[in-house]
Design a protein around this ligand. Sequence first.
Ligand code: E4P
Length: 218
Amino acid sequence: MKLFIDTANLEEIKEANSLGILDGVTTNPTLLAREKREPVVQLREICSIVKGPVSAEVTAQDYQGMVKEAEELAKISENIVIKVPTTLEGLKTTKILSQRGIRTNLTLCFSPLQALLVAKAGATFVSPFVGRLDDISTEGMDLVSDVKLIYDNYKIKTQIIVASIRHPIHVLEAARIGADIVTCPFKVIIHLLKHPLTDIGIERFLSDWKKLKDTLGR
Ligand code: E4P
């Protein structure tokens, strides 16, 4: 399973990249707004850090506007994947971009049937948002299982990016289901690695080592 980071923050991206576990980045207008910099400049810098796909979202509402924005964003770097909302206009955009060889990530996917349609329109990636479904008392991971089942039934090539991840259990379940990718906030990536027994184990080894050194008088 590939691991993307869901942020537009350069420090977080650099740190995650230095761990050797990072396969790509997803951004959205909210995440870019948090960085308070010109989005194109920020995206260009992100693409210079990470080799894999970097999702950049269009904000136009109509397909003509989306396609125009997508073409500009695609010029930033060949890493750029165009994030398109799962709407009628988004589907038209996806069809056009896919014919032009521009990769897309269909975002804000909340139902398996939306996922089926975006795949038919030629989406490279689809992003089911699990956390936002959990927030409204609906099992977010059930959506991922359904999308995976449908894509497997028809040998659909669109890759599933599990998005709106809130905690490590989402990542564990995504891996059990066999999702292609998860995109996590930085703090969730750090939590994936943390285990209290690892910390206690290190402490114990270091204290026993110190005792040995003290006994040997060094
Ligand atoms: C995915 O690509 C989105 O940027 C993201 O996962 C949204 O997550 P949120 O629901 O925490 O805002």
